[in-house]
Design a protein around this ligand. Sequence first.
Ligand code: ADP
Length: 279
Amino acid sequence: MSIGIEEASALSGQRSPAAQAEKSSPAPHAIEIRDLHFHYPNSDGSLHGISFTVAQGECVAVIGPNGAGKSTLLLHLNGILPEGNAADRGGEVRVFGNAIGPKNLAQVRRDVGLLFQEPDDQLFCPTVYEDVAFGPRQFGLSEQQVAERVGRCLAYVGLEGFDQRSPNRLSGGEKKRVALAGVLACEPKVLVLDEPTAGLDPRGRREFMALVKDLPATRIIATHDLEMVVQLCPRVILLDAGEVVADGEASKLLADPNLMDQHGLEVPHVLRIERRPGV
Ligand code: ADP
């Protein structure tokens, strides 16, 4: 009787070569960007050789002044490549080890959920239910599964009972929550959020932060809300004029007044060392 390598390894108590290889190869990065170049054909907006990786489960902030290229960068992460000539783009974005390309775009869009800065860019259905159901339906789930996801995600963002409301008739904060519910309903492994707290009132902002903090997904958040970054993101990537100018520990980079000043930002209040009179 002959036995296979796997069975022999199991009997001898040794790991098979395949199992050893699996153990020794590290988990792929959630996102890996190598030398990404991009130039809008009709403006000066550009990305100039962006490179960084994001490990699975990390929560990373992308910060920088207006026009730094944050939104343009985020659009590249789920394959929404802004219009541009082939000559105006270069480099590579990998999602869980696979370079984004036409063949895997559907899988990439499943793995990476993008919350747009403007909820009006995301919401286009006549009812909240239809909007949140749109993504799961694309994945071929049954109507019962879709209904279950919609109900769960609307409850998660605090919008139970909003199913039949028109997104057009909601406040900015409510629209943002519907858009987030729609992204979460797709159960992405990577959540990419563009200015998620802009336009929220203080309570909405607090609730939003609590929601995002508890999510198990890898999170990449472009924002001007540096107080939120201190609460949520151990790591910060600082972008200016389409380049990464700093990448490191949030508590160190955000507390550096010169760095913040050079790039049109301010040290968040919670990290300012208050000088008391006479001290
Ligand atoms: P940020 O999100 O950091 O504010 P953006 O990525 O929105 O920066 O913009 C970066 C640069 O690209 C800006 O100069 C902006 O004017 C330009 N830009 C953004 N979107 C477009 C577009 N669709 N067409 C042409 N230029 C654009």
